[in-house]
Ligand binder design. Structure first.
Ligand code: SAM
Ligand code: SF4
Length: 323
């Protein structure tokens, strides 16, 4: 079992397979980075799999593939199948912007993928284009439908940004409600790479917007296995808000992140990271597991997004850590 220095059990590994992306979301990668990590610096699927399978042996029960845009990396279905074939009851999930899904949703499902989180920031084509800096909405909606048709369990992620898609909160919620998808609104986490001046809505502001159409919703008792606080509308539909600016967000943290270059990151907020790359490339899986345990032992108790200390906040981008 993987336990950190504060007694938190860790059973959730997020694996980024690329930092590259076909969108330029204002809150994440508003401009193409000066240079991408050269492909040869990325861990191969075989090396990522060596680490993932060892982590599963140590108690990891949920693996989420993310990026950048994970569907940009070729052969993702084969990689998913490697994990599925190792342990088919692993909760195997993917986070994607959905743009490439229309062609590959069924292949991913056939490979063993169970769940998919898709980013959807607006139901208005012009607003979606303003955020992603590309005309994306029609294709993303087709991607969501393809995932649904393939039988994948769908969750939608939406990051409300002031003055851009704040007016779309109800429309995105209603779309998900109609389709029966879970929606989680994510509070924007300030970072050096987001567009200058981008300001997110906090959970109170999101709730105030929802209450304009649905005045009587109530908080659902917190499920510690989820980063979201859920709220229930009168008709029973539940929506979630991920509130990293609140202290209680971290108390039940069960996740550890691996970047495409092989860095293990204990907390998104802080700079701390250790590389497993050398160990895994030398086939020294025991050493990689020892590094994992060391990273967990030093994992901070909580993030500091509520105070945002520029001396401590990580210089890494969300497209590198996988969000
Ligand atoms: N490209 C995929 C996507 O957009 O879903 C996966 C990678 S993306 C980094 C993972 C998640 O991080 C997405 O749901 C995205 O909305 C979220 N995200 C990115 N930057 C963020 C920020 N500054 N604050 C909050 N969430 C952010
Ligand atoms: Fe790309 Fe996802 Fe970041 Fe948007 S949030 S730029 S889709 S990695």
């Amino acid at each position: 079992m993987l336990i950190d220095g504060f007694g938190r059990k860790h059973d959730y590994l997020r694996v980024s397979v690329t930092e590259r992306c076909n969108f330029r979301c204002q809150y994440c990668m508003p401009e193409k980075p000066f240079s991408w990590v050269p492909k040869e610096n990325l861990l191969s699927y075989e090396d990522l799999f060596k680490f993932i399978s060892a982590s599963i042996d140590e108690g990891i029960k949920k693996v989420r593939i993310t990026g950048g845009e994970p569907l940009l990396r070729e052969g993702l279905d084969v990689f998913i199948k490697m994990i599925f074939d190792y342990k088919n009851d692993i909760d195997l999930a993917l986070t994607t912007n959905g743009f490439l899904l229309p062609k590959v949703a069924q292949e991913l499902k056939n490979a063993g993928l169970k769940r998919i989180n898709i980013s959807l920031d607006s139901m208005n084509p012009a607003t979606a284009a303003k955020i992603a800096q590309k005309d994306v909405l029609g294709t993303v909606l087709a991607g969501i439908q393809a995932a649904d048709d393939a039988g994948l369990k769908i969750k939608i992620n939406c990051v409300p940004i002031k003055g851009i898609n704040d007016i779309d909160v109800i429309d995105v919620l209603d779309f998900c409600k109609e389709k029966g998808y879970v929606i989680r609104f994510i509070e924007f986490m300030e970072n050096h790479h987001a567009k200058d001046g981008a300001k997110g809505l906090n959970s109170d502001e999101i709730k105030a917007l929802v209450s304009k159409k649905y005045p009587n919703f109530k908080a659902v008792p917190r499920d510690n296995s989820s980063p979201a606080q859920y709220y229930e509308l009168e008709d029973g539909y539940q929506f979630g808000i991920i509130e990293p600016h609140k202290d209680d967000f971290c108390a039940a943290c069960n996740r550890i992140r691996l970047t495409a270059e092989g860095f293990l990151i204990p907390c998104l907020y802080f700079e701390d990271a250790m590389s497993i790359k050398d160990a895994i490339q030398k086939n020294n899986v025991d050493e990689a597991v020892a590094i994992l345990k060391k990273v967990l032992a030093g994992k901070p108790e909580k993030n500091k997004w509520s105070v945002k200390d520029d001396n401590e906040v990580s210089s890494r981008a969300f497209y590198q850590t996988g969000g």
